[in-house]
Design a protein around this ligand. Structure first.
Ligand code: FES
Length: 244
């Protein structure tokens, strides 16, 4: 049995935090520059793409800890992740070349509740990452995107029908009075602004994560006075007033 096949067999059938997941060694099949971001395309192997908003732990070459990334696209046979190279781990992922291989664990976390009426996707910056897969799964609902520069806004081509603003305009300016079922991802100030305007919105929060399945308590955040492990209880939380 080859090493890849042995790992595949060993990784199948995992249940982490009550959800099915798997760990595999996946080959890089493409690396695309999209404005300020990098789209890392991996072979899918036997991994399930999961529910939009779930995330995967990607081995960052040369770093001890993997990095959590939500799935951006799930074309046949592939899993694609949009990465913002803001630190050593994300830069190492963006520097991967086709043919290299990394360990990937997932899907993890809860994902968005897709049963909402009149879904409206709202994202800021790298929060655009889960939106293409979410949009495809929901049949192309309206979407609002905000970016800090024209270069970052090039990522809007992953969601061609979206309305796009660039700072100093804010994506929350585009929210209609009756926004419907908002599904949002972005930086904390943006999520708090969305929650103030759409209190029942589903919000995808971010926190540093070491394990991704509830074992290390590295991702504990206080939300509405309660401590929660974001990798297990989230990363999607609904109708919450605030995270500290
Ligand atoms: Fe380890 Fe959440 S990342 S408990």
């Amino acid at each position: 049995m080859t090493q890849a096949r042995a790992e595949r067999a060993a990784g199948s059938g995992l249940v982490l935090a009550g959800r099915p997941a798997a760990r595999e060694h996946l080959r890089v099949v493409g690396v695309e520059q999209i404005g300020a971001y990098t789209l890392l395309r991996l072979e899918r192997g036997e991994l399930e793409p999961g529910v939009p908003g779930q995330f995967f732990m990607l081995e960052a070459p040369g770093r001890v800890l993997p990095r959590p990334m939500s799935l951006c696209q799930a074309p046949p046979g592939e899993l694609a992740f949009l990465i913002d190279p803001i630190g050593p781990g994300t830069r190492a992922l963006c520097a991967l070349e086709p043919g290299a291989a990394i360990h990937v664990l997932g899907p993890l976390g809860n994902g968005f509740d897709l049963g909402v009426e009149r879904p409206l996707l709202v994202a800021g910056g790298i929060g655009v990452a889960p939106m293409p897969y979410l949009s495809e799964t929901l049949g192309g609902p309206p979407a609002l995107l905000g970016f800090r520069s024209d270069r970052h806004a090039e990522a809007a081509r992953l969601l061609p029908s979206a309305e796009v603003v660039v700072e100093p305009r804010l994506v929350t300016e585009l929210l209609p009075e009756d926004p419907g079922g908002v599904l949002a991802c972005g930086p904390t100030p943006m999520l708090e602004a969305v929650a103030a305007l759409a209190p029942q919105a589903q919000l995808a929060w971010e926190a540093p994560m070491a394990c991704g399945y509830g074992a290390c308590y590295g991702c504990v955040v206080e939300i509405d006075g309660r401590y929660r492990r974001l990798c297990v209880d989230g990363p999607i939380l609904s109708g919450c007033a605030g995270k500290d």
